[in-house]
Write a protein that binds this ligand. Structure first.
Ligand SMILES: [Zn+2]
Length: 98
């Protein structure tokens, strides 16, 4: 459940977001930092951090376009990675070195 975020603007502390249901949104609310009455900024209510989600979609789309060869299975031309490196046994690290 996510409620819309409303942006308010404190004269001292700057903008802040308040998440309230649409029926409870008020034109003025207390700043969470200094508790001063702060007027609501004139922006449309948004869900989450507005532009970020869209930017993430754009990024992932670009990434998919630039790396189309990510498929399961062996990658041609690249040697198979061995299941595990030879010396990961922690006991080996405790052996005295020459
Ligand atoms: Zn404030």
């Amino acid at each position: 459940m996510s409620m819309p975020l409303y942006e308010y603007r404190c004269a001292e502390c700057g903008p802040f977001d308040v998440s309230v249901s649409m029926s409870e949104v008020r034109p003025v609310t207390a700043c969470p930092v200094c508790t001063a009455e702060s007027p609501r900024a004139v922006t449309a209510p948004r869900l989450g951090r507005g532009p970020t989600a869209a930017m993430r979609i754009l990024e992932s789309t670009a990434r998919t376009a630039s790396e189309p060869a990510v498929v399961s299975g062996a990658v041609p031309g690249r040697p198979r990675t061995p299941p595990r490196p030879v010396t990961t046994d922690p006991r080996h690290r405790m052996l005295p070195r020459p």
